[in-house]
Design a protein around this ligand. Structure first.
Ligand code: GLA
Length: 419
C-alpha cells in the first residue's frame, strides 16, 4: 500500500513537473521562433546555412567575365561526372558580369545579360536544384560591381527579393564603388542592409561578405554573414597563395561553427600557375584553416592530378570536421609561428583526433619539428597518418619531417590508448 501511495504521489509530481517542463518548452520554442525571425539574431542563420565551410565552384578565377548559363550548367554536370559533387562540392556560383548594364527601366530590377543567360537566372537555378546543387550569385555593396555592372547600394530590398524569386541560395557581396561610404561603421551598415534584406525575403540565402579584410571584417561579420573574405584577391601563383595564407592563419579565433568562416579566397588548383606540390599545399592549408573550398578552375578540363587533389576525401574531412575549428599556428623551435618560413598548424577534430600540418614555405628543403605536447596533446602514444602519402607511424613525443620546398606534410594524429 505505502508503495502504491508513494507511486501515486510520484505520478502526481511527475504530472506537475511534466506540465512545467511542457510550458517551459513552449516558452523556449516561442523564444527560438522569435529569435529566428529577429533581424539581429547572430549565429542562428550560420548554424543553418553553413554548419561547415561551404564547398563548390565559382566562375571568377578561371573564367572572369566569360560567364553564361551554358558554362554554369556544363560545370555542374562535370562536377557530377567527375565525382566532386558527391564529395561535397555542391554550390555552383556565378561571379561578376552576369548582368545587363542597366536595371529594368520599368521595375528597377536587375536583369541577367540575355546573351549569356537567355532563359534567365531562375532557369539556371532550376537546372542546378534538379541536380542537387545550390546556386550562388554575385552583387556589390556599392553603386556598381567591380566590373561596372549595376550595384545593390540603395536597392538592397528589391535585389534580395529578385534573388529569392529566382531561387538563388547564396550571395557573394563585393565592395567596389562604395560611393565614399568607407568608414568601418559605413561598411557594417552596407553589409547589414543586405543581410536584413535577404532575411526579409524569407528564403534562406547565405551571405558571403567580400570586403577584402579592409575593416577587420572578422571582428564583426559573425553577426552579418556566413563567410567573409579576409584578404585581397588571390591570383594563380604560389606567392599570392602564401600571402593570403599568412593573413588568414592568424585569425583562427574569429571562425567556427555557428559563427562563420574566414575566407582566404577561392582555390587556384588546376589553373596552371602552381606546381602540384604547391597546389597540394594550398588545399591542405585551406582545409586546416576550415576555409570554404571553392574550386576556381575549369572543371571540365581538370587533369587527373588536379582532380585527385580536389578529391582527397581525408583532406576534405579535415576541412569539414564538425567541430568546426580553424587550425592555430604553433611556435617552432622556441620561435614565433612562421619564423623563417616554417609553419606548424594544429586543428582539433571531433572525436579527439588532431590534424597537424608541417609547412615549409621556403625555397630549400627543411626539417620541421614539433612535439605532441606543443600541438596540444596530453602524454601518450599516438598514431600519425600522413594524409597525402598514407604513411603511418607512431610517436610518443616527436612529430618531425624533412619537408620539400613549398610542401606540406599533413598528419592525422590519433590516440593509441585503448582505454
Ligand atoms: C573583386 C572580388 C573578386 C571578384 C571580382 C569580380 O575583385 O574580390 O573575388 O568577385 O571582384 O569583379
Amino acid at each position: 500500500m505505502p508503495q502504491r501511495l508513494r507511486t501515486s504521489t510520484t505520478t502526481r509530481r511527475l504530472v506537475v513537473v511534466g506540465a512545467v517542463v511542457a510550458v517551459a518548452a513552449l516558452i523556449l520554442v516561442a523564444g527560438a521562433v522569435a529569435l529566428r525571425i529577429s533581424p539581429q539574431a547572430p549565429g542562428a542563420s550560420t548554424a543553418r546555412l553553413a554548419p561547415t565551410p561551404p564547398m563548390g565552384w565559382n566562375s571568377w578565377n578561371h573564367f572572369g567575365c566569360a560567364v553564361s548559363a551554358d558554362l554554369v550548367e556544363r560545370t555542374a554536370d562535370a562536377l557530377t561526372a567527375n565525382g566532386m559533387a558527391k564529395l561535397g562540392y555542391d554550390s555552383v556560383d556565378i561571379d561578376d558580369c552576369w548582368m545587363s548594364r542597366q536595371r529594368d527601366a520599368r521595375t528597377g530590377e536587375l536583369v541577367a545579360d540575355p546573351a549569356k543567360f537567355p532563359q534567365g537566372i531562375a532557369s539556371v537555378a532550376r537546372y542546378l536544384h534538379a541536380r542537387g546543387f545550390t546556386l550562388g550569385i554575385y552583387e556589390d555593396a556599392g553603386t556598381a560591381t567591380c566590373a561596372g555592372f549595376p550595384g545593390s547600394l540603395g536597392h538592397e530590398r528589391l535585389d534580395a527579393q529578385t534573388f529569392a524569386r529566382w531561387g538563388v541560395d547564396s550571395l557573394k557581396y563585393d565592395n567596389c564603388n562604395h560611393d565614399g561610404l568607407s568608414s568601418k561603421a559605413q561598411y557594417i551598415e552596407r553589409y547589414v542592409a543586405m543581410r536584413d534584406a535577404l532575411r526579409a525575403t524569407g528564403r534562406p540565402i547565405l551571405l558571403a561578405i567580400c570586403e577584402w579584410g579592409v575593416h577587420q571584417v572578422w571582428t564583426w561579420a559573425g553577426d552579418v554573414g556566413q563567410t567573409w573574405r579576409t584578404t585581397h584577391d588571390i591570383s594563380d601563383s604560389y606567392m599570392s597563395m602564401l600571402a593570403n595564407f599568412t593573413v588568414n592563419v592568424t585569425l583562427a579565433r574569429y571562425a567556427g561553427s555557428g559563427r562563420g568562416w574566414n575566407d582566404p579566397d577561392m582555390l587556384e588548383i588546376g589553373n596552371g600557375g602552381m606546381t602540384l606540390t604547391e597546389e597540394r599545399t594550398e588545399f591542405t592549408l585551406w582545409a586546416a584553416m576550415a576555409a570554404p573550398l571553392i574550386a576556381g578552375a575549369d572543371i571540365e578540363s581538370l587533369s587527373a592530378d588536379d582532380l585527385a587533389i580536389y578529391s582527397n576525401a581525408q583532406v576534405i574531412a579535415i576541412d569539414q570536421d564538425r567541430l568546426g575549428r580553424q587550425a592555430v599556428p604553433i611556435p617552432v623551435g622556441g620561435l614565433p609561428a612562421g619564423s623563417g618560413g616554417l609553419w606548424v598548424l594544429s586543428k582539433p577534430l571531433a572525436g579527439g583526433d588532431l590534424a597537424v600540418v608541417l609547412f615549409n614555405s621556403t625555397d630549400s628543403v627543411q626539417t620541421i619539428s614539433t612535439t605532441t605536447s606543443m600541438v596540444g596533446l596530453r602524454e601518450g602514444s599516438f598514431e600519425l597518418r600522413e594524409v597525402w602519402s598514407g604513411a603511418v607511424s607512431t610517436t610518443s613525443g616527436a612529430i618531425s619531417s624533412v619537408v620539400a620546398p613549398h610542401a606540406v606534410e599533413l598528419f592525422r594524429v590519433s590516440s593509441q590508448s585503448t582505454g
